[in-house]
Design a protein. Structure first.
Ligand SMILES: [Zn+2]
Length: 199
């Protein structure tokens, strides 16, 4: 399958999710088959948000997809290493950075929450990774997570920026993307509708 064909399959799976028509799966059987080996066609980088069930969102089951998760779906060295493994070693042809509406991490980055002063040093570092996406987003109205249009634009920009950062951090992923072996794309999951919008 080509990267575009995989995107088509995932969009179709997402239609099933949106229309509440998920495939019934025999997880015991799938688990036994998957134990022999895995050939996932894609790796998704998602936020940790409990309201984003990645496999369900694409109507996928055991052994179908790699999922990496970190608050705010930003890349870091371990995540990029996992993507190099998923593509160059395990044969996945698609990397999706999938943000979501109502993202708490993005909202705190917008509101400049000072996590470090509350002794959450690591969270402070994580939010500062999202801040550039806030700064690069055109100011429409006030810079506040209460400003829904602005917040949604930051969520989009954060996913798009992460795609670019992945290519900057990994010469291998950039090479595979440049020669068409894989595609690295951004998407946003709409929590209200269940729809994944590819950017
Ligand atoms: Zn989130």
């Amino acid at each position: 399958m080509t990267p575009d064909e995989i995107i088509g399959r995932l969009k179709k799976g997402n239609e099933n999710f949106v229309s509440n028509n998920l495939t019934q799966r025999d997880h015991s059987k799938q688990r036994r088959i998957a134990a022999i080996g895995q050939y996932p066609k894609a790796i998704v980088l998602s936020c940790v948000d409990s309201r984003v069930p990645v496999e369900d969102v694409f109507d996928l089951g055991i052994g179908d997809i790699f999922v990496a998760r970190v608050a705010g779906n930003i890349e870091n060295r371990d995540i990029v290493g996992s993507m190099e493994f998923a593509t160059a070693v395990a044969g996945s042809k698609l990397v999706i950075v999938m943000g979501h509406t109502q993202c708490g991490a993005v909202k705190h980055a917008i509101d400049n929450t000072d996590a470090k002063s509350m002794n959450m040093i690591a969270l402070g570092d994580l939010l500062s990774e999202i801040r550039p996406s806030v700064d690069m987003t055109e100011r429409i109205g006030e810079v506040s997570s209460k400003n829904e249009a602005f917040t949604n634009n930051v969520i989009n920009n954060n996913a798009l920026k992460t795609v670019e950062d992945i290519k900057l951090q990994s010469p291998k992923l950039k090479e595979l993307d440049d020669n068409g072996t894989i595609k690295i794309v951004a998407a946003v999951y709409d929590m209200a509708t269940g729809r994944v919008n590819f950017l």
